[in-house]
Write a protein that binds this ligand. Structure first.
Ligand code: 0O2
Length: 214
């Protein structure tokens, strides 16, 4: 009876946010399971770390305004794809595609949209693989599909994106300086992409050398 009362009085927005938190747990677990299996099978972890967040209500409202979405819970859920976000930081670029394939092969995961900003970086230099997926969460009486945005990146891509994100919110930068910084950022993105390639080549040679010995 008490629980019924709690449920009845639970603001709908609060429960929707709780459902997004549950969806994040589901997706994070899927990646942790894959990481575990890979470390058993190949003796290495493809995932360096996972960061997850539910978009703040303030940011949701800003996006509703910017995209001129009608203000209702249904339309917010329908039109905003990144309320639940899971960021997977990988060791190598190759791991990103391997993990994305493994995730999308699972029979409870539905792909809604895939944006490959690694093959096609954004003009500003941003690189990452974005997947908008739908996964079910299992509630007391229903199975509810929830949307989650998954961003997969290497450590180098994440390093670049974190710094760029910080700089983007710095205000009052004079026009000429902003132009210079934007150019520098694009160049650094290129350097970080080639660093990723060289590190991957080092790993390949290490593995080849080890195979020769054994
Ligand atoms: P936050 O704070 O990370 O939540 P939309 O998401 O619909 O507005 P779009 O173009 O469909 O727009 O989405 P996109 O670009 O595929 O993905 C948006 C998210 O990717 C951003 O979320 C960032 O997390 C990340 N991102 C995209 N471009 C850049 C970039 O140039 N630099 C950095 N640092 N991150 C980027 P939010 O909501 O902007 O921010």
């Amino acid at each position: 009876e008490f629980m019924d009362k709690v449920q009845d009085n639970f603001a709908p927005i609060e429960s929707l946010m709780a459902y997004y938190r549950c969806a994040i747990m589901e997706v994070e677990t899927k990646f942790n399971v894959l990481n575990e299996q890979f470390s058993l099978q190949y003796d290495r972890n493809p995932i360096e770390s996972i960061k997850a967040r539910v978009k703040s209500f303030d940011s949701i409202l800003k996006k509703v305004k910017r995209k001129q979405i009608p203000f209702s819970l249904e339309s917010i859920e329908e039109n905003i794809n990144d309320i639940a976000g899971v960021r997977v930081i990988c060791s190598f670029q190759e791991d990103i595609y391997m993990l994305a394939d493994c995730l999308l092969q699972q029979d409870d995961v539905r792909l809604i949209e895939r944006k490959d900003y690694i093959k096609n970086p954004k003009p500003g230099g941003y690189r990452s693989l974005h997947l908008i997926i739908e996964v079910p969460i299992f509630l007391e009486k229903e199975k509810r599909p929830m949307k989650v945005e998954v961003q997969l990146r290497t450590i180098a891509m994440d390093f670049w994106a974190s710094l760029e994100h910080k700089l983007r919110y710095k205000k009052n930068i004079p026009e000429s300086e902003a132009e210079y910084l934007a150019k520098e950022l694009v160049e650094c993105a290129g350097i970080s992409a080639s660093l990723d390639q060289r590190m991957e080549a080092i790993r390949d040679r290490m593995e080849a050398a080890q195979e020769k010995i054994s």
